[in-house]
Design a protein around this ligand. Structure first.
Ligand code: ATP
Ligand code: MG
Length: 407
């Protein structure tokens, strides 16, 4: 049997019964891939002490790295601490640092603490504590002779941050220069998947041991590039040259726009009609955006467009609310009234009703006003109402991204 490098153990009878679905395996495998490690063994065990001891022994014999999730809670059926102690033949010892972390969390949130929580401070001798900022159960790590065992909590919202913050850096330091492959991830916006493929395929084909995959969501094409040896950078440079402004980099559209605004110290305001606040919602998911985003208005009626943004009633009467003229006036109006460097506006017909021959369902006018210029773009998006809203919001964010990069 060839020794595998990384094993993932999921624990929980509820996983075996199909009451919860094992998403931890997928999260862990994907995260490890970014540092060139591949999971090649996985097992799910029930909440049973002897079975867990057996699984931990088996996995540790096979793999250099074992990551186990679940069973760190304070109750009788949370066996991970005891199972690891037995499997590694290290007694459980009380760790005051773990105890302090548990107690201070309960104090901070003013939750009464049950005496059984003290159990969570008993860890295998010489185990390192992995702090858990989002839950009471601390994780732990057992390292010996270049082999690693990590125990993380089961709930994904607790597990993932600990994986990112504690486990990946440790493993990258230990295995980084032995990684079998390197990954690069990038996103392309505004180009159909087929066209992206036509550009990526010949570039990747030039290099032996290089491969790629494309996935699509909401008008964004995600590229995952994998090279077996050396750095992916020469390929990435070639991709950049060909894709130009279509390549938005590794982050999401809204994060990219947020970063650009903050870096360039530019402010923005948003006037939305058919997207109903979705652009504002997306931008406000970017942490720190309050330094750039001044306001977002949903100006749904014609009266609101006139009263809030100063769009002349006559303009709306002449061209209709869904028109390039009104989109431009909305973008200029929101930038002016908010006193922002940039203004975005969207007006369209999200459907399923309200379309006509000249103005079909899915028709959206987008406008960006920046540095004294207003750029207006028309698109007709396929799909149902939520899909049209999402596409339109993304397209507007992309227009801002392009305006900021050029300005
Ligand atoms: P807690 O302190 O919350 O009890 P724990 O570390 O003891 O945490 P478990 O009791 O094993 O974790 O699981 C708690 C919950 O976490 C499960 O009910 C399930 O919703 C989720 N969970 C556990 N394992 C997984 C997994 N592999 N994938 C996705 N979710 C999981
Ligand atoms: Mg539990």
């Amino acid at each position: 049997m060839r020794a595998s490098r990384v094993a993932v153990l999921s624990t929980g009878t509820e996983l075996l019964r199909g009451r919860s679905v094992d998403t931890n395996l997928a999260s862990i495998a994907r995260a490890l891939e970014t540092i060139g490690l591949e999971v090649d063994y996985h097992a799910t065990g029930p909440d049973d002490l002897d079975r867990l001891v057996e699984e931990i022994r088996l996995a540790s014999a096979r793999a250099e790295v074992v990551i186990l999730t679940g069973g760190l809670g304070p109750t009788e059926d949370d066996f991970t601490r005891r199972a690891a102690a037995e499997a590694f033949e290290r007694p459980l010892v009380f760790q005051p640092a773990a105890w302090n972390a548990i107690r201070s969390r309960f104090r901070r949130f003013r939750i009464p603490m049950a005496s059984i929580n003290r159990r969570q401070a008993f860890l295998p001798r010489a185990a390192g504590i992995l702090p858990n900022p989002n839950g009471s159960a601390p994780g732990f790590a057992v390292e010996s002779a270049g082999r690693f065992f990590f125990a993380l909590p089961g709930p994904p919202r607790e597990m993932i941050p600990m994986l990112q913050k504690r486990v990946l850096p440790r493993l990258a330091a230990a295995f980084g220069n032995r990684a079998r492959f390197r990954l690069w991830e990038g996103r392309v916006f505004g180009m159909p998947e087929g066209s992206v493929d036509e550009i990526v395929r010949p570039i990747v084909a030039r290099r032996r041991g290089a491969s790629y995959g494309l996935t699509v969501s909401g008008g964004t094409v995600n590229i995952t590039l994998r090279v077996e040896r050396g750095s992916p950078l020469p390929l990435v440079r070639a991709l950049r040259r060909k894709l130009g402004l279509f390549l938005i980099g590794p982050k999401s559209l809204e994060e990219t726009v947020g970063d650009l605004l903050l870096r360039k110290r530019q402010t923005i305001a948003i006037a939305e009609s058919c997207t109903g606040g979705l652009i504002s919602h997306k931008l406000t998911s970017v942490s720190g955006i309050s330094a750039a985003l001044l306001e977002g208005l949903v100006c749904y009626s014609n009266r609101s467009k006139t009263a809030r943004l100063g769009v002349p009633a006559e303009l709306i009467r002449r061209h209709g609310a869904v028109s390039p003229e009104v989109a431009a006036a909305m973008a200029e109006g929101i930038a002016r009234t908010a006193g922002a460097d940039a203004g975005i506006a969207v007006t369209g017909i999200a459907g399923p009703s309200g379309g006509s021959k000249k103005k079909p369902v899915g028709l959206v006018w987008h406008a960006v006003h920046y540095r004294g210029r207003t750029r207006v773009e028309r698109r007709v998006f396929p799909g149902d109402r939520p899909a049209v809203k999402d596409r339109a919001a993304n397209f507007a964010l992309d227009l801002v991204r392009r305006a900021l990069l050029k300005g």
